[in-house]
Design a protein around this ligand. Sequence first.
Ligand code: HEM
Length: 520
Amino acid sequence: SGYLPKLRNALEKFGVPELLLNFVSTKVGENGETLKIIPQARGALSALSGQPFFIPLYNLFLTYGGIFRLNFGPKSFLIVSDPAIAKHILKDNSKAYSKGILAEILEFVMGTGLIPADGEVWRVRRRAVVPALHQKYVAAMIGLFVNATDRLCKKLDDAASDGEDVEMESLFSRLTLDVIGKAVFNYDFDSLKNDTGIVDAVYTVLREAEDRSMSPIPVWNIPVWKDISPRQRKVSEALSLINNILDELIAICKRMVEEEELQFHEEYMNEQDPSILHFLLASGDDVSSKQLRDDLMTMLIAGHETSAAVLTWTFFLLSKEPGVMAKLQSEVDSVLGGRFPTIEDMKKLKYTTRVINESLRLYPQPPVLIRRSLQDDMLGEYPITRGEDIFISVWNLHHCPNHWIDAEKFNPERWPLDGPNPNETNQNFSYLPFGGGPRKCLGDMFATCETVVAVAMLVQRFDFQMAVGAPPVEMTTGATIHTTEGLLMTVTRRTKPPIIPTLDTKIATSVKADADDSLK
Ligand code: HEM
């Protein structure tokens, strides 16, 4: 299928006119119809090095449009940046696509967990896991988000007292690790304090997953290498440490489930242990299965790095837009005053939610979605064959200059406060922070509440500025977008504006003063 685009490129070089070129951009189908050939990007390989890969893909999108082919040595990828084609792949014809390369990369850590799983395994597990994240569960999680964020606030309070700058990216990573550990299997990593053993193991595994997603040659699959490479040994040790802990947690949870008078129903939740694991065991999930471990591990990783990245980039964006920060703090002050957020506040913290929506537009996590075609299909006007590897660039969809006014501007106001919460459906697949179709993120409500609570509590108590002499904030990628050198910020306690008594309270005070006087 590759020769026609190559021919077209060669002819173009020799100055063959556009009209003639269009001849070689089409081929004739079985029924005599003309079929268009997907444009092929040229000179792309060199441009790909030295920056996060989705940036050159953005530049190529501006040149070649909503779908183009990219050759990488013997490999070829289709890059999709068109909302209608994205919708077709993710939703309308999702059955014709698998997770492809992604499943291969993540197999070592997630096995056949929900993210990489395909076909029947995925269908069965999605049905088992989704009910665990019911509304009552998410509501119960608010308290957990508050506790974890409060621990972070204490840490920032100390830094503010000592006049020390703080590297926020690693703190956010620890905050969300603490949250997801408790939420998924009732384990307190306490990673804001602890830095040993299990926390270290989680980071070893995460880093490996990120490196593998960027490495062109799968060295980890070479049998001898697996045994002798010190790094691969460290990864295996980390994995078995995590698996042992998972086994212990499953055993503890199993005992709890056996001891309770179980009445399983739709919104079942154990108050002492509202974790997803507890729900799954209570619903009859097989404790000894590898699938249960794979799903727990998948959720640990899926819910950890993504939320941490959202918080990191949100605070970076806020540091550049003091006007947005002021508006945010004013909403938080008026909704919360000085107290902790509750589930009722989630609907009221509208601007805070818009800040998160907009942060996810500018920094989608992950920036691309990966699929492989399982059968021949039509993408827009282009036919494709089975076995194509496809990258849907959410980055391109979210930055498209034709779709968004002032696309690069961090402007939460673009989402009206009284409008619906933006999602892939009401934005017609131009905005898909949590994917779309049957494989859509099942933690979307969870993650939105988690990040809204964290942002609200942090800006309620502190002001944040880029530290003087902080390293420049640049992007690098693994599965999510990271900074290259951290996000170094100066955190100061907020000085609350003085409370000016309103007329009513003045009267009330003076009445009370009179009463006090009369008591003398
Ligand atoms: C899938 C984003 C938090 C669990 C996805 C997908 C996206 C996404 C874009 C679709 C992937 C694809 O189509 O290839 C995010 C973001 C988060 C977040 C931006 C935080 C802000 C979470 C949390 C959990 C979670 C907290 C767990 C509690 C999952 C799972 C899937 C998934 C299990 C796979 C669903 C399936 O294939 O059926 N996520 N996620 N995510 N996410 Fe999230």
